[in-house]
Design a protein around this ligand. Structure first.
Ligand code: ASP
Length: 312
């Protein structure tokens, strides 16, 4: 059903596959919202998560996605696993693969780790975030949220603000949204803009938060990825908030029906003001719900042979 065995990023996923995932996710969301939350789409199948980095939303939503589709899962606690006895990533993955796992979800602080190891296992590998590179299911859930709020991606303007350099979320969104026909308006501190960002497809570089937000249909704040940052890239959190933060006044410059997005975790009063997180335009909680639906869709589509959506 999907061309590749694994979902490692959106850079190489064609538009038609993104559309298919979003359509299936729309259906899956009905299950997430239903009172019984039961479906047969992963019955007899198993998933394992292997997170070398912290997570709240991504890891739990994969677990819920698996359960809502009738599958079984195991989440390896890396901190108490044999990783601490020196076991390599490859040996750990091969061990998980040998349990008969159908899907392995991996997160690692180093860019490229899932790409290097996916060919060595039979299971379908889903990249749940590799360093600063990609976080495909996050961008898919962001796109699902946009799809549910707007008629079409064509001509949609999405402002992405803050620490672009260290954000795998920004990169996956740029790859995905540009394929769907949206424009991505970028603004952040010069020290937190990666080289070459301006050459990515459909990217428009902005000179201020105001310029990026004005006329945008969606405004996405990003967390400062302090865990990936060498010190001294920003003067202070307070200064960052003054120059790069979004509050309700700033959001009011966006289009009337604009939505506020954030992948979480939010640092209130840093990238977003305390109140704007919970304002009417905020879709942050909806993004979390959509995260379960998107992960259900991806797991379902990766493990189908050639059965078609009419099964749903
Ligand atoms: N949860 C997202 C990620 O893992 C964003 C973040 O951590 O700031 O990339």
């Amino acid at each position: 059903m999907l061309k590749n065995k694994d979902l490692l990023g959106l850079k190489n996923v064609p538009k038609e596959e993104i559309q298919l995932i979003l359509e299936v996710a729309d259906e899956m969301k009905k299950i997430v919202r239903s009172p019984h939350k039961k479906s047969p789409y992963f019955v007899g199948k198993s998933m394992a998560t292997l997170f070398y980095e912290n997570s709240t939303r991504t890891k739990s939503s994969f677990e819920f996605a698996c359960s809502y589709m009738g599958g079984v899962f195991s989440s390896l606690n890396v901190a108490t696993s044999s990783v601490n006895k020196g076991e390599s990533i490859l040996d750990t993955l091969k061990t998980i693969d040998s349990f008969g796992t159908d899907v392995i979800v991996i997160r690692h602080s180093m860019s490229g780790v899932p790409h290097v190891y996916a060919p060595h296992v039979k299971a379908h590998v889903i990249n749940a975030g590799d360093g600063t590179n990609e976080h495909p299911t996050q961008a898919l859930l962001d796109m699902l949220t946009l799809k549910q709020n707007f008629d079409s991606f064509d001509g949609l303007q999405v402002a992405i603000l803050g620490d672009i350099k260290h954000s795998r979320v920004a990169r996956s969104n740029i790859w995905g949204l540009s394929k769907m026909g949206a424009t991505i308006k970028i603004f952040g501190p010069e020290t937190l803009l990666p080289t070459g960002i301006e050459k990515m497809p459909n990217v428009k570089m902005c000179k201020s938060v105001k310029e990026a937000v004005k006329g945008a249909d969606a405004v996405m704040g990003l967390r400062l990825q302090l865990e990936r940052m060498t010190k001294g890239l920003i003067p202070s959190m307070g200064e960052f908030n003054k120059k790069f933060g979004v509050d309700e006044d700033m959001l009011s410059l966006a289009n009337k029906n604009a939505i506020l997005l954030h992948p979480g975790p939010v640092n209130r009063n840093v990238e977003l003001s305390y109140d704007v997180v919970d304002c009417n335009q905020s879709a942050i909680n909806e993004q979390v719900t959509n995260g379960v639906a998107v992960r259900m869709a991806v797991m379902y589509l990766l493990t189908r042979d050639n059965k078609i959506r009419s099964e749903i």
